[in-house]
Design a protein around this ligand. Structure first.
Ligand code: FAD
Ligand code: N01
Length: 549
């Protein structure tokens, strides 16, 4: 490694199609599905364990989220100094981000750099979608097949397929009939899109739209935004990275506990300070920018009265920024507490509505009835466009898993088992088959726990690890109880599966906190994988090398 470790462009070096000489039938210890941050770190850890692993990735490059989401304005909302791997001190120190919140090309370049720096590409097969994974009870191995005809036998199959990787186009009547260009933010063309002078529609106002709208507005002839639910958004105050900013972060990496959910939280209730003090704190957080706004007080997500004060503050900011009062009112979220849909972070989002070429359509008042060959029809009439951008989100959490035909013991199918909502133990495994954070921190924790479990199995001559049905039920109750203690269930969000018509409404993320979750997972492991059934290999013998890992 030389220089500051940054590669320009972010495109992969591996030949399209993947690893030479490894097509067709094969055996390995672990199949990993997905080469986002999760998949690549998992591969790195398994190699260190001396295991053979093959990664299958549907895309033509690594990077996952940051490979697919190339829409204008895409960037992280967790500060880049934190939205980075921590597993290698050298990597942490040598990489430099150019902005406080890095843009998509730079994050993709980082993913590619990690793949190169740790020599990961030789085990990653690109442009290959895993279509099925079937557990063979006779051999106690997974049989994994792909859309390119690969057929692999593996002792373990890890789905590192991401929570937000299955982009979703809404089922709006006539969608296919549109004669102009259609885009989805989550499948943005790699060559970029020139929207200069065009009449553009954006459907959706989630995080993706909120980042894209100001950039598209500056380019398009006209931009019409179709909003169903308004969102709370905090300015990012993004800026160039300086040595003065970067230096203390790098110096503190060794002592900073990224899983500390209370980091930066002002440990006082919003109800225990005067209105003047509340206002001062909110103003300070607004000026600092970013998601830390939600840490202004310690009970914003658990106490409705406290939350109301933060929601009111943000609404007052929207009304102050947006010059047209009617537009401002439509942009003000009113029917759910701030933070219960993922809080958005923007650069000049509300300001974009002050541009003469930007118009907002309130779909609560005038819903879309159909997409026509010329554009979008609402109950108020037809709007004509050259391009429609769907910023309509993802089949979150479960979509990438249920897309694969996963069959476990007795042929039990994951898709069928999860018909009424996902059932897991620790969110990591499910019987019969075996997010709300800085996700890189959670990814590292999930991977570390999984690799430790595999090492434990090897060391103890075990073939399978599978949660008991009872452990799944108890975990599901625990996740629900934690959710019920907060205001999260008050919003129709993708956390609840509410963005997909017909998807079961289940609060899916665990809200107990990253640190608490880690302790719970560690305790399960320390107690001999409590809640799991472990079965011995027929040729069981201990593997001391693995035990030492
Ligand atoms: P992904 O990055 O989603 O990777 C999964 C990979 O699996 C994909 O490449 C996909 O192609 C592949 N795959 C799926 N199914 C198959 C299959 N059947 N066969 C083969 N390959 C398959 N999180 C944060 O913490 N901070 C942020 O600022 C942030 N910003 C985000 C911005 C956007 C636009 C989006 C969509 C998400 C953002 N996230 C953010 C969440 C982000 O998804 C995670 O931080 C992280 O990148 C996820 O990594 P992953 O490896 O788990 O999954
Ligand atoms: O998707 P979303 P996203 N007609 O589901 C609307 C991460 N992320 O891609 O709210 C009309 O949030 C839908 O309306 P409603 C982050 O975790 C992070 O924006 O269902 N509208 C909503 O407005 C985020 O939470 C960043 O009423 C329809 C929008 O489409 C997650 O990814 C950036 C519709 C979808 O919003 C998903 O964000 C981007 C229909 N039929 C993403 N169907 C960062 O900043 C849906 N909508 C780091």
């Amino acid at each position: 490694m030389s220089g500051n470790g940054r590669r320009q462009g972010g495109e992969p070096h591996a030949p399209a199609g993947g690893i030479e000489g490894q097509k067709g039938d094969g055996r390995c210890d672990v199949v990993i599905v997905g080469a986002g941050f999760g998949g690549i770190y998992l591969l790195h850890r398994l190699r260190a364990l001396g295991m053979t692993a093959r990664v299958f990735e549907a895309a033509t490059g690594v990077g996952g989220t940051w490979y697919w989401n190339r829409y204008p304005g895409a960037r992280c909302d967790v500060e880049s100094m934190q939205y980075s791997f921590s597993f290698s001190k050298e990597l942490q120190q040598e990489w430099s981000w150019s902005e406080r919140f890095a843009a998509q090309p730079e994050i993709l370049a980082y993913a590619n750099h990690v793949a190169d720096r740790f020599d990961l590409r030789r085990d990653i097969q690109l442009e290959t979608r895993v279509t099925a994974a079937t557990f063979d009870e006779g051999t106690q191995r997974w049989h994994v097949t792909t859309d390119r005809g690969d057929s692999v036998s593996a002792q373990y199959c890890v789905m590192a397929t991401g929570c937000l990787s299955t982009a979703r186009l809404p089922d709006i009547k006539g969608r296919e009939s549109f004669e102009g260009a259609t885009y989805h933010t989550g499948y943005w063309p790699h060559d970029g899109v020139d929207l200069s002078g065009l009449r553009v529609a954006v459907i959706g106002t989630g995080s993706s739209a909120i980042q894209a709208i100001p950039v598209i507005a500056a380019q398009a002839g006209t931009l019409t935004v179709f909003q169903r639910t308004p969102n709370y958004s905090i300015p990012s105050r993004n800026c160039a990275m300086t040595p003065d900013y970067e230096g203390p972060w790098k110096a503190a990496y060794d002592i900073y506990d990224a899983t500390d959910s209370n980091y930066g939280v002002n440990d006082v209730s919003a109800m225990d300070v005067s209105p003047q003090e509340r206002e001062r704190v909110y103003e300070q957080r607004w000026a600092t920018g970013g998601t830390s706004f939600m840490a202004a007080f310690n009970d914003l997500i658990t106490n409705q009265a406290s939350n109301d004060t933060a929601s009111d503050f943000v609404r007052s900011k929207i009304r102050a920024i947006v010059k047209d009062p009617a537009t401002a009112e439509i942009l003000c979220p009113k029917d759910y507490p701030i933070g219960t849909k993922r809080i958005c972070v923007d650069t000049n989002y509300f300001e974009a509505y002050n541009r003469p070429n930007v118009k907002l359509i309130d779909l609560k008042a005038t819903p879309i009835t159909e997409i026509t060959p010329k554009g979008v029809r609402t109950t108020a009439g037809e709007f004509e466009f050259d391009a429609i951008v769907y910023a309509t989100g993802f089949d979150a959490m479960t979509g990438a898993l249920t897309n694969v035909d996963i069959r476990g013991r007795d042929g039990i199918q994951l898709r069928e088992k999860w018909h009424g909502g996902p059932q897991t133990y620790l969110g990591l495994m499910t019987a019969g088959l075996s997010v709300l954070s800085n996700m890189i921190v959670s990814i590292e924790q999930h991977v570390d726990w999984t690799v430790d479990a595999i090492a434990y199995m090897r060391a103890n001559g075990l073939a399978t690890i599978e949660p008991t049905a009872d452990a799944e039920i108890r975990w599901g109750q625990h996740v629900n109880e934690a959710g019920e203690r907060t205001l999260y269930t008050k919003a129709a969000s993708w956390y609840m599966g509410a963005n997909i018509p017909g998807k079961p409404r289940v609060f899916m993320p665990y809200i107990g906190g990253v640190g608490v979750y880690r302790q719970e997972c560690d305790a399960v492991a320390a107690n001999g994988y409590e809640g799991f059934v472990l079965t011995a290999r027929s040729d069981a013998h201990a593997c001391p090398a693995a035990a030492a890992e």
